[in-house]
Every structure is written in C-alpha cells, then in structure tokens.
Design a protein around this ligand. Structure first.
Ligand SMILES: *[C@@H]1O[C@H](CO)[C@@H](O)[C@H](O)[C@H]1NC(C)=O
Ligand SMILES: *[C@@H]1O[C@H](CO)[C@@H](O)[C@H](O)[C@H]1NC(C)=O
Ligand SMILES: *[C@@H]1O[C@H](CO)[C@@H](O)[C@H](O)[C@H]1NC(C)=O
Ligand SMILES: *[C@@H]1O[C@H](CO)[C@@H](O)[C@H](O)[C@H]1NC(C)=O
Ligand SMILES: *[C@@H]1O[C@H](CO)[C@@H](O)[C@H](O)[C@H]1NC(C)=O
Length: 536
C-alpha cells in the first residue's frame, strides 16, 4: 500500500474497495466525489475556539459513508472531507453538533469548513438522526411511536456513533493517503461539548486532543431545566414581559459588576452576586418597556420568575433538582437554540404567553412524556417533576456523560480542555466546574492532561458580553504536539463605553487578576492568572 501522491483522481469509490469489516456495523453505501472551488465562510461564533476563517477555492475529496447496525434498521451517515495530499496537514479534526443534532448541519459544517481551510481532514456524523434542521428539537427522530423513545438512536447519539465515526474516518484516511493521521482532534460546544466528553470518558484513545465547550453534562437535567422557567410561569399563571426580566438582569449586572473590583459590564463573581442581589429588590421600579413602547413597573411575578430561574429547577417539596442560571445570563434571547428560557410573547392588549425554547419543550414532550401531543402548558408541579425524574432515570445512561473517571484518557496521553461561559443562557456553568472538581478529586495532577476555563460574561458558546476563547484550539494543539502546556488564554470583548477590551481567562480554579499598578485594564498585558479561593 503506497500512494506517492493523492490528488483528485484518487477520489473515487474504487479507492475504498478494501474497506474492512467493522464489528457490529454493515456498510450500506460509500460515495467519493471531488468538491472543487469550495468557498465558504467559517465564523468564529460557530467555530468557538478558533478565529473566523474563509475557505477559498478549495479542492477536496468528499467521502460519505452510510452504515447500519444490523437488526436495528438505523442508517448513520459519516461525511469526511479529505484535502489533496499536498494540502493535508496529516491531522484529523472531528466536529461536534448542537441541540438534538449530532452533525451534518450548519454548526458542524462551519467547524469542518474552518478545519479544511486549515489543512485538516475533517468529519461529521449524523449518528443516524438525519440532518433535517427541524430534528434539532428532537421531533423528527426521538419517538418510534407514541410512548416509545427510539433508544437505538439515543444510544448512537449518546455515544457509540462517536467511536464509530473515528474508526471509519481513520480507515478512510488510511485508504486514501496510505497513512493514518499523526494527530486527531475533536472540537464542539454545548451538545458538541457533551460529545467531546463522551469521547474522553468512553473512547479515550480515539483523539489526542479534545476541546469541549459548555458541555451538556447531565443532559436530561439540563434540558428539563431549560423548560423550568416556563413551567414556573405556567403554574404562577403569570407571564411577565421580557422587558421586566431584562431590567432585573441589568440591575443585577449593575449591582454585581464591581464585585471583582472592576466596572466592565460583566459579572465575574456570579455566585457571590446571588447572595448580594435579590430580584425582589427592584420590584415596582419604573422602566421603559420596548414591548409596550412605554413605561411599566417591574412586577413581583417577574422577580419571582427570575428568582426561580437563578435558584434552579425545584420539586413541589422544595428539592432543587438542578443548578440555576447565573445572574448576568440573558434570559429572554430569541435566536434559535440560544437562550430565551424565560421568554414570553405578548399581544398589544397585554396578554402574554410563554415562548418555549425547543430544547426544553422538546425534551418534556418527546423524551420525558414520549407524547408529541402533550399539553406542556398545563402540567402540575407534581406531574412536571415526575416526568423530569423519570426521564433522568431512563435517559442518563445514554446522555448523562458525567463519568469522572478520566484515567483512560490520561493513560492514553490525551489532552482535554473544557470551557464554559459564566453567563451561559442555555447550560448553567456550575456542573462543568463540579465535573472538573470530581475528576481532580480522583486523579492527582489533573492539570497534566485536563484544564477547565470559566469565562466571565460569555453566553452559550459565543455571544453575550464576554469574550470567546478563539486561541484555545491552537493551544490544545501545541499542548498535544509540542507539550506546550496552556496557561492563560486570550479573550477580546466589547466592554462598556464602546471600547475593545483584551483580557485573559485562566485554568480553573485560578482567575484573571489585574496586576497591581497596571493602569490599562483593557490590555491583556495587565492581567495574570492567580490562584484564588474558590467562589462558592
Ligand atoms: C470559484 O468560486 C468563486 C466564488 O464562488 C467564483 O467567483 C469563481 O468564478 C469560481 N472559480 C471557478 C474556477 O469556478
Ligand atoms: C458530500 O457528499 C454527500 C453525499 O453525497 C452530500 O450529501 C454532501 O452534501 C457532500 N458535501 C459536500 C460539501 O459537497
Ligand atoms: C389542564 O388539565 C386539566 C386536567 O387534565 C383539565 O381539566 C384542564 O381543562 C386543562 N386546562 C387547560 C387550559 O388545558
Ligand atoms: C511546535 O513547535 C515548533 C517549533 O517551535 C513550531 O514551529 C510549531 O508551530 C509548534 N506546533 C504547534 C502546534 O504549536
Ligand atoms: C466609562 O465612561 C465613564 C463616563 O465617561 C467613565 O467614568 C469611566 O471611567 C469609563 N470606564 C472605562 C472602563 O473606561
């Protein structure tokens, strides 16, 4: 087996005729076709840990494999893009998904576009879920029939497709280039972050480096929590205007901005803020409300909703079932899967109803009640908690992703970076911090292979008022390939007064601190990582 050069002419299904047996899998189809003059923009907001880049006029081989697990009737599609050999950097880069989508849609395609522009061979799998955008709320694949979740697809999505994707793609690279990748990487955020952690936990030798942003650890609890504020409002029979909720969040930012000694429009100490600021303290304050284009007073109901959202999903008997959202997180965002967990929609005469985030309502309907017709606007707290607790029990083996034994990853020499915005409006950051602490409590010198970064002001994966860690992927690569251990990572954001701030984020539990005597807090050079008493 020796290919001196690999160019577009090798890009034919005949190159792959010797595709070997993979236990438990039957290959159904393999297509290989040249993609030429591929031109696309990959924006940093969806690459997460790398800056924006444009793929311009690229030629590559698109090898797309369909396979099934005999007996299940599923069909999984793995799509890999292979640069010509003179453009290949001899590395593999796999992209994570988002929402209830595993791959082969906008987010992973943005990641693969960025990766191939940088010379990686790259891959995304749909895990058998399909890539219809509407399936991103789970509606297209979650139910086999009323009452029955498609557990084969939950298993594929939860974990096994990620291992199979790595096995299949490495085989494709071997067949095409005549060699295996020198290094393999995985990058994803949110659902993609959870996928990255599954790889670290269950298939620790597949990737040399994994960067897992805002991971949906304990996904059943996370996505139930997304519905929690709506459940709370339905029970209260009150749906406050978005402007009231926004005004409370802004009041919290104003009250807590200076807790770190620096007024920059960002809450760096959200857990201290919870103790310092009560949403009820601003009830009856008059605000301008854009939804009614006039003045309005903040209602007690709005304060109660924000309080419940920050406290976390709770049972009728007062047990907190999941971490609350942090003060500073935008609770009324409206874009797609981003935030908007307490959002409402109001008519001109002031009748408001809940605006459901499909990740939350989708979980309650398809995975918890297993009933697409469920009237989720009319659940008692008892029924809600019963559904949540059942779904946690039933689905955690697929989606829990909370195994803190990373000894396998350490033994295989893999490196893991996690990061989480402290103003995440979809997945509260507390669980990722706790996961890091759990791993550290069972493995000494955890930072020799696993580091976690908390990013003040950053929303879910991108956005918000904090900066995005766009240098992190290169830092991971330098760690894997050169042993250059990442310490701080730079972030840039638009601070108050319309100016650009450059700062660093630090491996938890250290925090970025302004150097004494340094007079330009907008400059990253003024900041260093210092060990810190944990803010709990
Ligand atoms: C390549 O694509 C660009 C932009 O889509 C287009 O302007 C250009 O004409 C194309 N070149 C060729 C050789 O097709
Ligand atoms: C790669 O091939 C698959 C299967 O034909 C196709 O669905 C996909 O759109 C192709 N991707 C590109 C970038 O051409
Ligand atoms: C809510 O559910 C109860 C009990 O099933 C039912 O009697 C009531 O009509 C429902 N209310 C609405 C608004 O659907
Ligand atoms: C590794 O170190 C070499 C030599 O300093 C450098 O050229 C290369 O860019 C580094 N690789 C990475 C991924 O940082
Ligand atoms: C922002 O502007 C206000 C008012 O001009 C000023 O007092 C404050 O120092 C500025 N903050 C920063 C961080 O530049």
């Amino acid at each position: 087996m020796a290919f001196s050069t690999t160019n577009a002419t090798n890009c034919a299904s005949s190159t792959f005729i010797t595709f070997p047996d993979i236990f438990g899998i039957e290959i159904l189809s393999l297509s290989a076709s040249v993609v030429s003059n591929f031109t696309a923009q990959a924006d940093a907001s969806l690459r997460y840990t790398s800056p924006s880049i444009t793929a311009e006029g690229l030629t590559f081989c698109n090898v797309t494999v369909g396979y099934t697990h005999p007996g299940t009737g599923d069909q999984v599609i793995v799509e890999s893009w292979l640069p010509t050999s003179d453009n290949w950097n001899e590395r593999l880069y796999a992209a994570g998904g988002g929402g209830y989508g595993a791959g082969r849609f906008l987010i992973p395609y943005t990641i693969t576009t960025g990766a191939i522009a940088e010379g990686y061979a790259t891959v995304t799998t749909d895990a058998g879920l399909g890539s219809d955008p509407s399936s991103l709320d789970g509606s297209a694949w979650a139910l086999l029939s009323p009452g029955n979740v498609n557990l084969e697809l939950a298993r594929n999505f939860g974990s096994t497709s990620l291992n199979e994707e790595a096995i299949i793609t490495k085989e494709i690279l071997w067949q095409y280039y005549g060699k295996l990748p020198q290094y393999s990487y995985f990058n994803g955020c949110s659902q993609g972050g959870r996928q990255g952690l599954v790889l670290a936990q269950r298939y620790p030798s597949q990737y040399d480096g994994i960067v897992a942003g805002a991971p949906a650890i304990n996904m059943p609890q996370v996505v139930s929590s997304i519905f929690w504020p709506q459940q709370f409002m339905n029970e209260l029979n009150a749906h406050p205007y978005d402007c009231e909720v926004d005004a409370i969040v802004h009041a919290a930012i104003t009250a807590c901005d200076n807790l770190d000694g620096l007024v920059d429009g960002i809450i760096a100490e959200p857990y201290t803020c919870l103790k310092e600021f009560s949403p009820f303290s601003v009830v009856s304050t008059t605000i301008y409300c854009s939804q009614i284009n006039g003045e309005r007073q903040i209602s007690r109901a709005a304060a109660a909703v924000v309080n419940a959202t920050w406290t976390g999903m709770a049972t009728s008997y007062g047990r907190i079932l999941w971490h609350g959202y942090t003060p500073g997180a935008n609770l009324t965002g409206t874009t797609g899967f981003q935030g908007g967990i307490t959002g409402t929609t109001c008519t001109v005469d002031g009748n408001c109803e809940g605006r459901y985030n499909p990740l939350g309502s989708g979980w309650m309907k398809y995975f918890a009640a297993k009933d697409a017709e469920l009237d989720i606007g009319n659940l008692t707290r008892e029924r809600f908690q019963e559904l949540v607790l059942q779904s946690v029990q039933e689905m955690s083996s697929f989606f829990g992703t909370d195994d803190s034994d990373l000894e396998g990853l350490r033994q295989s020499g893999g490196k893991l970076l996690t990061w989480h915005g402290l103003a995440d409006d979809v997945i509260p950051p507390q669980r990722t911090e706790n996961y890091y602490l759990e791993v550290s409590s069972s493995i000494s010198e955890v930072q020799s292979f696993f580091k976690h970064y908390e990013i003040p002001g950053l929303a879910q994966c991108s956005g918000g008022s904090g900066g995005q860690p766009t240098a992190m992927f290169e830092q991971l690569r330098a760690w894997v390939e050169n042993g250059t251990e990442p310490v701080s990572s730079p972030v840039t954001f638009n601070g108050i007064n319309g100016t650009v701030w450059n700062r660093i984020v630090c491996p938890y539990p250290s925090k970025a601190r302004l150097e004494p005597g340094c007079n330009d807090p907008k400059s990253a050079a003024c900041w260093s990582c210092s060990p810190e008493v944990l803010d709990t």
